[in-house]
Design a protein around this ligand. Structure first.
Ligand SMILES: [Zn+2]
Ligand SMILES: [Zn+2]
Ligand SMILES: [Zn+2]
Ligand SMILES: [Zn+2]
Length: 753
């Protein structure tokens, strides 16, 4: 397990031998579509260069050029400033200033642009460093820019569109007094069987925001390296993982990350995030990078939680706890003592008979308030008795490896700190005497994570740049701990939807919730994705409980052989086939029968063919892909129900292939068939349905089918609003499409709208 992670080959620590082929600006000719790759390449250069060196300033400058070509002017400007603060060479200044002026003009900031132009002119007058021919080009560009500036100066300056405002604008209608980050429509209760739970205190409508909670702690998942595909010449590795594309602190997507000064792994969206991360945890994590990557995300979260606890009053939780236990049982050997802290159930009932319990609900403070803090995190159940011995052993091993390294690092920081007054890891020496307690706390967090870790997801566009059509899919971006979201219990058919902006989780009602009903979310095994047996097995092995939600109870009463929609049908009359080893036609007038083995192997063949077609599609061989997919669909019709997920997948692929070849009408026809499968499987108001409707709206929009597009946009908006709220990217896109269509002259829109 460890070796596999290591072989991923992250370079942690600056690598002085990293190839600096990205030095000279302009000596690599990138084609337009390669600018994306170029930003990745220069980001890698930035990560491996020392701060305040010519190398790093050139990398920033080169990345600004790539960003300029990508139309990312705001980000380009930031990189220009970075290049300059890291000592960009004087002789190259004119190029950079020119780019800056172009950006400012395009962004509609004419005053700043004309300031930059006059800087450029005086810079040039003072030290004429360019050749005559270059000088002429520069002069011409300057003239052009000046004209543009004058044009823009007559218009009003536009304020930069700040989408980050989204979070502030999105508010709980009325904040709960008992539970932080929660609406007043719910309250915290305890149930002898389920433990803590949230219950509606009034009738809740679909789409109502119930919880908006920032993660107590989150750690970016490093992500897998995507497979090689031909982009730039193969000696330049332009592949990027999540670790290269998202801020390690706030998880925002960024094309121009700022790396940590001390390692090549941690990267941030801005100097502010870099500083925050350093102050809160990275000063200690920085030297542990390689080990943390090896040990995995859970171990990383355990460490970071403990580091964050230092900044809170609740950091005393552990100390207090240790004090309580040692006072009570002073004769306990140390090992037993530690075991008690590990499995200690804060405010637990029967186990601590001698102790009076002041807090009625675990995790609450003495006033009964439950907050997003370390006290609440510490109270999450570790399920010490349920984990397998192997799991517990591996957790302990990881934590002790981490402790040893921490000890070594803090000793080193202490001794170098004595010698030089410039003490970088100021917190480290303080850390040393507390290591034992920290180890115990980290082990407790490791054990908590199996049941309490929350995946932070995002919708990511996939597909190569040369393909017009990209697919979007949900990816796990990071793992975090959300003490309030953790209060929600599981249902295989939940009444809420969870989504994320940056590190903030939002929980919305996905249907009407009556007063007194419990607020539930799905831990993963959803009714529409797995059969009852598989769900129950998953929940038992990972979360240690037997689900008795309504769908589970219902399916337990009438055990069916797998989800009905995934069944086979008779090739003669298309009626449902029934039975176990040998299936016979359900229609009374038909005598067809067939063995299950035969059907299963037929399905496997089909899936293989579909896989081949997808490969063709990815490589842009559209005609061959379409032929193969049409064959697959014909084969599928002979033995699968129309609502079978494989049939839906084939229709979706066909829609994609036709869209890529510009045949929007055929694309829409196939997508509508795929949509019907999604509707049957997930329901008409499901988030899956929302994504499909969004795709269909895009197809209609591109195909200029205006009434259909407007109609579909409206449906998609309605579904997505309930799950995500108004600030979702897809909803924003839908609104742009709508206003674009409504701006068209009425003669084009037709009489229907
Ligand atoms: Zn950030
Ligand atoms: Zn670092
Ligand atoms: Zn269930
Ligand atoms: Zn039949």
């Amino acid at each position: 397990m460890f070796l596999k992670r290591l072989s991923r080959g992250y370079l942690v620590g600056k690598d002085p031998n990293a190839p600096l082929f990205y030095r000279e600006e302009g000596n690599k000719k990138f084609q337009k579509k390669d600018y994306m790759g170029a930003t990745v390449l220069y980001s890698k250069g930035v990560s491996h260069s020392r701060p305040n060196s010519e190398d790093i300033s050139l990398c920033y400058a080169n990345r600004s050029a790539a960003l300029f070509h990508l139309g990312q002017y705001e980000t380009c400007l930031k990189d220009i400033v970075r290049a300059q603060t890291h000592g960009y060479p004087e002789r190259l200044q004119p190029k950079l200033l020119l780019r800056k002026a172009e950006c400012l003009v395009t962004l509609g900031r004419p005053h700043e642009a004309s300031q930059t132009i006059s800087d450029l002119e005086s810079n040039f007058a003072a030290k004429p460093t360019l050749a005559a021919s270059q000088f002429q080009v520069l002069q011409r560009t300057l003239c052009r820019l000046k004209v543009k500036v004058q044009e823009k100066e007559n218009l009003t300056e536009t304020s930069p569109a700040a989408l980050t405002k989204a979070l502030e604008d999105m508010d709980l209608r009325e904040e709960n007094e008992q539970i932080s980050s929660t609406s007043s429509s719910v309250s915290l209760c305890t149930d002898p069987l389920k433990g803590r739970c949230l219950v509606a205190t009034k009738d809740i409508l679909p789409g109502e925001l119930l919880v908006k909670e920032d993660a107590f702690v989150s750690v970016l998942n490093p992500g897998e390296m995507p497979p090689w595909h031909r982009g730039l010449e193969s000696k330049w590795d332009t592949r990027a993982t999540n670790g290269d594309l998202y801020c390690h602190r706030c998880l925002k997507h960024t094309l121009a990350p700022v790396p940590c000064d001390g390692c090549s792994y941690a990267k941030y969206c801005s100097q502010e995030c870099l500083q925050q991360a350093w102050d809160l945890y990275h000063s200690i994590e920085c030297s542990l990078g390689g080990l943390l990557l090896t040990l995995g995300v859970f171990c990383h979260i355990a460490l970071r939680s403990t580091l964050l606890a230092r900044f809170e009053e609740a950091g005393k939780v552990i100390n207090k706890l240790c004090g309580e236990i040692t006072n009570r049982d002073t004769c306990l050997p140390e090992s037993k003592n530690l075991a008690q802290i590990l499995s200690y159930d804060l405010g637990g009932e029967s186990k601590n008979k001698g102790k009076t319990v002041e807090t009625p609900i675990p995790g609450c403070d003495i006033n009964g308030k439950y907050e997003n803090n370390y006290n609440a995190v510490f109270s999450l159940l570790p399920h010490t008795g349920n984990h397998s011995p192997v799991h517990k052993f591996l957790c302990a091993l990881s934590v002790s490896a981490l402790c040893r390294q921490l000890e070594a690092a803090s000793l080193q920081a202490f001794t170098t700190g004595l010698r030089s007054s410039k003490l970088k890891a100021a917190a480290a020496p303080v850390l040393y005497p507390e290591l034992n307690i920290w180890g115990v706390a980290m082990l407790r967090h490791m054990l908590q994570l199996q049941c309490n870790a929350q995946a932070i997801t995002t919708i990511q566009q996939t597909g190569s740049e040369k393909n017009l059509i990209t697919n979007s899919r949900q990816v796990r971006l990071a793992t975090g701990l959300f003490p309030v979201v953790s209060l929600l219990n599981h249902s295989c058919s939940p009444n809420t939807s969870v989504s994320f902006i940056s590190t903030v989780a939002t929980v919305r009602a996905s249907q009407q919730i009556k007063k007194g009903q419990e607020i539930l979310h799905c831990y993963g095994p959803h009714e529409s994705r797995m059969g009852v047996a598989e769900r129950r097995q998953k929940l038992r092995s990972q979360y240690f409980f037997d689900c008795n939600c309504p769908p589970c109870e219902r399916e337990k009463q009438r055990p069916s052989q797998g989800p009905g929609r995934e069944a086979f049908c008779c090739h003669r009359c298309r009626a449902l086939l029934q039975g176990y080893d040998v299936l016979s036609c359900g229609s009374t007038s038909c005598t067809e029968s067939v063995s299950r083995d035969h059907l299963v192997s037929q399905l496997q063949d089909l899936q293989q063919q579909v896989g081949m077609a997808r490969k063709l599609l990815r490589n842009g061989e559209l005609e061959r892909a379409i032929q193969l997919l049409l064959g697959c669909r014909h084969a599928a019709e002979s033995f699968l129900l129309a609502e079978h997920s494989v049939v839906g997948g084939i229709e979706d692929d066909l829609a994609q292939a036709y869209a890529a070849s510009g045949d929007w009408e055929k694309s829409a026809a196939h997508l509508q068939k795929s949509l019907r499968v999604v509707e049957v499987r997930h329901g008409p108001t499901s988030v899956e349905m929302g994504h499909e409707l969004f795709k269909l709206a895009q197809i209609f929009f591109n195909g200029f089918a205006i009434p259909e597009a407007l109609n579909t946009i409206q449906q998609a908006e309605k579904v997505l609003l309930v799950h995500y709220g108004p600030w979702n990217d897809e909803i924003q896109e839908l609104q742009k499409m709508k206003s674009c269509l409504l701006d068209l002259p009425p003669i084009l829109v037709g009489p229907n709208q």
